[in-house]
Design a binder for this molecule. Structure first.
Ligand SMILES: NC(=O)c1ccc[n+]([C@@H]2O[C@H](COP(=O)([O-])OP(=O)(O)OC[C@H]3O[C@@H](n4cnc5c(N)ncnc54)[C@H](OP(=O)(O)O)[C@@H]3O)[C@@H](O)[C@H]2O)c1
Length: 249
C-alpha cells in the first residue's frame, strides 16, 4: 500500500500524546521527531549518544517546538534490565505510550555472504532486529494503556525483495517484516496496530554510504517524507494493521 508523502498535520493533533522514536538524533528519526513535536507530541528521543541527542534537542527547541525527552540507550548493548528501566520510567512519568517508531538501523556492509564479516553480521542483526523485538516486548504494557497505540517499523525495499550483497541489513529487514506481521496478528483484537513502512530513498548518511556515487540532490530530504510517518501515527488517520506500506517519492 502506498502512502502519500505530504499531509496536513494540525498543530495540536498530538496534544497529550507520547511517542518514542529510536535513532531520533539525526536522519529520518530527527525529521520525524521535529514533525511530531510540531504537532504537539511529547517525543521520547532514543539515541545511542547523549551529546548527539543534546544537539538534536537544541534543534527541536530552537525551532519553537514542544520540548522532547532524551533517552540515551545503545541498542547494540542494551540488556533486558535496560528495557525494564525504560518501561518503568515511561509508566511512572506518562502512564502510557501512544506511538513507537522503530527507526534506528545500521547498514552493516555490502558484501557477498561468503565473505561477510561475522562480528558485523551480529551487530547488524542485534541493532536492526533483536533490539526492536526487546523494545517492543517491554513497551507493550505502556502501549496497552493508550486508547489508540500505533507501532511503526522502518523497513526497506531489500526487506521485501532480496538483492545480492545487502547481507545482514536485508536479512534484518526481512526479519522485521516477519516480526511485525506476527505481532500484528497477536494484537489484532487490541487497540495497538502494527505496520511496516518502506520510506524509499532518503538523503541521509545511510543512503550516502550505500550509494556513494549518486547525485544526492536527486534524493528526497528526510523532511519531505516524515509527515507520512506522523500521519500514520495520528488518530485522525484510519487505523490499519499488518500492512506493508511504502512512502511515495
Ligand atoms: N536512507 C534511506 O534511503 C533509507 C531507505 C530505506 C529504508 N531506510 C530506513 O530508514 C530508517 C532511518 O534511516 P536513515 O537513513 O535515517 O539512517 P541513518 O542516517 O544512518 O541514521 C540511523 C540512526 O540510527 C541510529 N543508530 C544506529 N545504531 C544505533 C544504536 N546501536 N543504538 C541507538 N541508535 C542507533 C543512529 O544513531 P548514531 O547517530 O548514534 O549513529 C541514527 O540516529 C532506517 O531503519 C533505515 O533502514 C532508509
Amino acid at each position: 500500500m502506498i502512502v502519500a508523502k505530504e499531509h496536513n498535520i494540525k498543530k495540536d493533533e498530538f496534544e497529550g500524546k507520547v511517542v518514542l522514536v529510536t535513532g531520533a538524533n539525526r536522519g529520518f528519526g530527527l525529521a520525524i521527531t521535529m514533525d511530531l513535536a510540531r504537532a504537539g507530541a511529547t517525543v521520547i528521543m532514543l539515541g545511542r549518544d547523549l551529546g548527539s541527542l543534546e544537539h538534536a534537542y537544541d534543534a527541536v527547541v530552537d525551532s519553537g517546538l514542544k520540548e522532547p525527552i532524551l533517552y540515551p540507550l545503545d541498542l547494540e548493548g542494551a540488556t533486558p534490565e535496560n528495557y525494564q528501566e525504560l518501561q518503568d520510567n515511561l509508566l511512572n512519568e506518562f502512564g502510557k505510550l501512544d506511538g513507537l517508531v522503530h527507526n534506528a538501523s545500521i547498514l552493516g556492509t555490502q558484501m557477498p555472504i561468503e565473505q561477510y564479516d561475522i562480528k558485523l553480521w551480529y551487530s547488524t542483526i542485534q541493532i536492526n532486529l533483536n533490539a526492536p523485538f526487546m523494545l517492543t516486548q517491554f513497551l507493550i504494557p505502556a502501549l496497552s494503556k493508550s486508547d489508540d497505540a500505533r507501532i511503526i517499523f522502518l523497513s526497506s525495499t531489500v526487506g521485501r525483495k532480496a538483492r545480492a550483497y545487502w547481507g545482514a541489513y536485508s536479512v534484518s529487514k526481512f526479519g522485521i517484516e516477519g516480526f511485525a506481521k506476527t505481532l500484528s496478528e497477536e494484537l489484532e483484537k487490541t487497540q495497538i496496530s502494527v505496520n511496516t513502512v518502506n520510506p524509499g530513498k532518503l538523503r541521509t548518511e545511510m543512503r550516502r554510504t550505500a550509494y556513494p556515487a549518486e547525485d544526492s540532490s536527486t534524493v528526497p530530504l528526510p523532511e519531505e517524507k516524515s509527515q507520512a510517518i506522523v500521519h500514520l501515527l495520528s488518530s485522525s488517520s484510519p487505523k490499519i494493521n499488518g500492512e506493508q506500506l511504502t512512502i511515495s517519492d
